[in-house]
Design a protein around this ligand. Structure first.
Ligand code: HT7
Ligand code: ZN
Length: 854
């Protein structure tokens, strides 16, 4: 395989300051004429090399003259040029309708659209398809007017008109130089939800969200979120929008969540369309977060872009941090932080601990699309958050201002970003940079020593970064740890919060004036993305879960208490549940707490997260231990759950933080009532399912029923299907709820669902809804027979032929074989080997499967 290495980066030989593109659009065939102004970059005699994938040039022009002074070298068009500046013309024909990879120009439900990040532009036309070649684009599109009445591209519209034979045309101009991965066009029969936004300097921007006519009523939430995000970026980062129009288009077939193309964001429809009947609160929040994320890219990604793909986290980590802060500002900071940490632990920590671990700034790749990972995005965001913590709010803002000003219009590196943090923050971040180069989740051990009768407490900290593939030995990281001591007897704060920067392997911090046994509250707010081990007792954790003044630390103490109990249950076959029950009882009774926080705090860690704590994961025993604790919590607190449930049972739908919190707690309470084994649980869930005025409650009830075999479950599943069978996004929920079910026969059910008439691998959302959901259902996927592994491999082999990118992203669960018993590990490896032996395997899958076997 061809490996691209970071240290081999070389500036481009030729720059392309201008490009003109002419599209004669058709689903079966699209003719693309490109004219590139190319300029030699420094003294050299190397030819111009243009990337092309699956393209054959019909014509090549040099300075307006047809030429044959070119050759194809693999997929590259090589042209020898004598001068410093030339005009290069090429003409190719592509077939959007046959593009099942959904990269480049493709058709989705009759709409023609593009996806160019990371390397899709080369599937449209010949070009130096790398992010450090920035060009001004002029685009003309001609298409059949009846089939494609709307023609959109990046930048601002220039002119449009009718052509012969029922065709029409439109010209667009983007004045901002951009890399090819930000190019976009859309042609289709679309309707717009329009609005305007006045920037703080008084410019009016025309906003539009384009969807199929029938989806228009479900676009208001996204439009509102867009305007809120535009205001927020002005207020929080001083960043204003810069074009006269901002268009968003939603399509059903999309490899990712959305794409930040300059002035023309293209979205997976699941991150645009919402109404109370079809979208859950989680969907609503996801839409606001992704709309904001793509909008924020206009500065963190587009105005300042990446020099090469090793710098991907420069735009993605920073933009995730920005969207997380935005979402936190719209509701509860504590709940948002809990959700983000849960995502990090579920997706990134396992990645960091497995065969696909890589640094936030990787050193090499075979296929860049495999590196759009939780490490680049979520761990990358944690790095920005740590720097913000170290600098403090004011200096962090000064540093981001410096970064945007200094690198506006250029392609920058992670190093450039950190240098701005250092300069404006007046700090030395040399050792901090290890976060960019070293993979693996640091483990911190923290102990407190206090001699009875003394006034001194000693907090001992040590850290260890585990070995990861290609990185056997590690240096210590810089860990910003917010910590505080509480008195075990009085509950008093013994010392104010401190921000400790742990940069050595070991450190000791002394606290004076400590006259009672201290309890340590550490990594408050999850100030560093690490695993912390402490010598705190169950009583200490219960105390913190009730009294810590940092809500995240309070949640964390409860989680740790639950986790310790579950691990004991798995290891010894039984555990004392009393501490957890009492801690949950206390939390439920605390009327000062936000219901949304309570809902998060009383939820047990997932089976996978429990598995992550074990030497060898035993899925069935973990399931049993967790179900037993759930049952005890359900039974011993049944009155409390019923009261919590009744409190918000009759609420009418409203989308507000308070209403969302009430729904969340209601749903968690229903789950515990069901876990208690109460005979009326299924009918309670069914009544909620039938009478809900919103999808959150309906799906919550369906999920509760999905754990059992009641007649209500069968009925609800049928009703749900019949009611929503014409709505693809809701049907995805129907598939994923079954794939996530804790029923004993979930694996068989999933195999059957893959044969359902509504299942297709051609649509990434549908593939992820069934296959992706199933592979995170720990017990079902790791069925002792190995049928889960076989099923996943069968599906991935089939999907790879259509859409290698989506297939490769679904492979990592098979790579976790080292964490399981010998028999399971062998069966998982066999499936990886079977995948690798498949003729015609894509390089996406080859990279993931071969690395997973190492
Ligand atoms: N920057 C976007 C990444 C993306 C993408 C990557 C690979 C293949 C398809 C893709 N579609 C979008 C999305 C984002 O992070 O904002
Ligand atoms: Zn992004």
């Amino acid at each position: 395989p061809t490996v691209t290495r970071r240290e081999e980066y070389r500036a481009p030989d030729w720059m392309v300051p201008e490009i003109t593109l002419d599209f004669d659009l058709g689903a079966e065939a699209t003719r693309v004429r490109a004219t590139l102004t190319v300029e030699r970059n420094g003294p050299h005699d190397r030819p111009l090399r243009l990337d092309g994938e699956g393209l054959a040039p019909e014509r090549v022009l040099i300075d307006g003259e047809a030429s044959d002074a070119w050759r194809m070298d693999g997929g590259t068009l090589e042209i020898a040029l004598a001068g410093e500046r030339h005009e290069i013309g090429t003409e190719v024909v592509i077939a959007p309708e046959r593009n099942t990879q959904l990269m480049g120009l493709y058709a989705s439900g009759g709409i023609l659209c593009t996806q160019c990040e990371a390397e899709g532009f080369r599937r449209i036309t010949f070009f130096p398809d790398r992010p450090d070649v920035l060009s001004r684009y002029r685009v003309t599109m001609t298409a059949d007017k009846a089939r494609y009445p709307v023609l959109l591209a990046n930048g601002d519209p220039v002119a449009s008109g009718d052509a012969e034979d029922g065709r029409h045309w439109a010209k667009w101009h983007d004045p901002f130089p951009k890399p090819s991965y930000l190019f976009a066009l859309v042609a289709g029969d679309l309707a717009a939800n329009r609005d305007t936004f006045t920037t703080r300097s008084g410019r009016t921007v025309d906003l539009a969200i384009w969807v199929r006519e029938r989806d228009l009523p479900r676009t208001d939430h996204a439009l509102r979120a867009l305007k809120t995000a535009m205001t927020w970026d002005e207020q929080t980062y001083g960043r204003e929008y810069d074009l006269d129009v901002f268009n968003i288009v939603a399509v059903d077939d999309f490899n990712f969540g959305a794409m930040e193309n300059k002035g023309l964001n293209i979205f997976n429809s699941r991150y645009i369309l919402a109404d109370p009947d079809t979208a859950t609160d989680h969907d609503y929040d996801g839409i606001a977060g992704v709309v904001a994320h793509e909008y924020f890219h206009n500065w963190s990604g587009n105005r300042v872009t990446c020099r090469d793909w090793f710098q991907l986290s420069l735009k993605e980590g920073f933009t995730v941090f920005r969207d997380q802060s935005f979402s936190a500002d719209q509701g509860s900071h504590a709940v948002k932080r809990i959700e983000d940490v849960r995502t990090l632990r579920a997706a990134q920590f396992p990645e960091d601990a497995g065969p696909l671990a890589h640094p936030v700034r990787p050193d090499s790749y075979q296929e860049i699309s495999n590196f759009y990972t939780a490490t680049i995005y979520n761990k990358g965001a944690e790095l920005i958050r740590m720097m913000a913590t170290i600098l403090g709010e004011e200096k962090f803002r000064r540093a981001t201002d410096l970064y945007f000003d200094r690198f506006d219009g250029t392609a920058a590196t992670c190093e450039d970003f950190v240098t701005c943090m250092e300069e404006a923050g007046e700090v030395d971040l040399i050792p901090f940079r290890r976060w960019y180069s070293q993979a693996g989740t640091p483990r911190v051990t923290a102990t407190v020593r206090h001699e009875p009768g003394s006034a001194r407490a000693l907090v001992k900290l040590s850290q260890r970064v585990p070995p990861t593939p290609g990185q056997p030995a590690k240096q210590p990281m810089v860990l910003p740890l917010r910590l505080k001591l509480f008195g075990a007897e009085t509950g008093q704060e013994l010392a104010p919060e401190e921000l400790v920067l742990l940069s050595d392997e070991h450190a000791e911090i002394a606290f004076e004036g400590v006259t009672e046994r201290p309890v340590l509250s550490i990594n408050r707010g999850f100030s560093a993305p690490v695993i912390v081990e402490t010598n705190r007792t169950a009583a200490d954790l219960a105390f913190l879960s009730a009294h810590d003044d940092d809500p995240f630390a309070r949640y964390e103490a409860m989680q740790q208490l639950m986790l310790d109990t579950l691990v004991a249950g798995v290891t010894h076959g039984r555990a004392d549940h009393a501490d957890v029950v009492e801690a949950v009882r206390h939390t439920l009774a605390d009327e000062t707490l936000d219901p949304a926080f309570i809902a998060e705090a009383v939820l047990l860690p997932s089976e996978s997260f429990v598995g992550d704590q074990m030497e060898v994961v035993d899925p069935d025993t973990i399931h049993r231990a967790r179900e037993t604790l759930r049952r005890d919590l359900g039974r011993m607190l049944e009155g409390e759950w019923r009261r919590a449930y009744e409190r918000s049972r009759a609420n009418r739908f409203e989308y507000s933080p308070a209403a969302k919190g009430a729904r969340r707690l209601k749903s968690v309470a229903l789950g515990y009532i069901d876990a208690s084994g109460a005979p009326d649980a299924a009918s309670l869930a069914f009544v909620q399912f039938e009478h809900a005025d919103n999808m959150t409650d309906r799906q919550g009830a369906l999920t509760t029923l999905a754990g059992g075999t009641s007649k209500e479950w069968v009925a609800a599943l049928d009703i749900f299907y019949n009611r929503y069978s014409d709505n693809a996004l809701v049907l995805d929920k129907w598939f994923s709820t079954q794939a996530l079910s804790s029923r004993d026969d979930a694996a068989e059910q999933v195999e059957e669902l893959a044969r359902h008439r509504d299942f297709t691998l051609a649509n990434p959302n549908r593939a992820r809804a069934l296959i992706g959901a199933f592979s995170v259902n720990q017990r079902a996927f790791h069925h002792p027979s190995g049928r889960g592994y076989r099923f996943l491999a069968d599906q991935l082999i089939a999907l790879d032929k259509l859409n290698p990118q989506t297939a490769a992203k679904l492979l990592p669960p098979l790579g976790r074989w080292r964490r399981f018993d010998q028999k399971r590990a062998r069966m998982m490896r066999e499936q990886l080997q079977r995948i690798l032996a498949t003729p015609g395997l894509s390089k996406d899958m080859f990279e993931q499967a071969s690395k997973s076997l190492e």
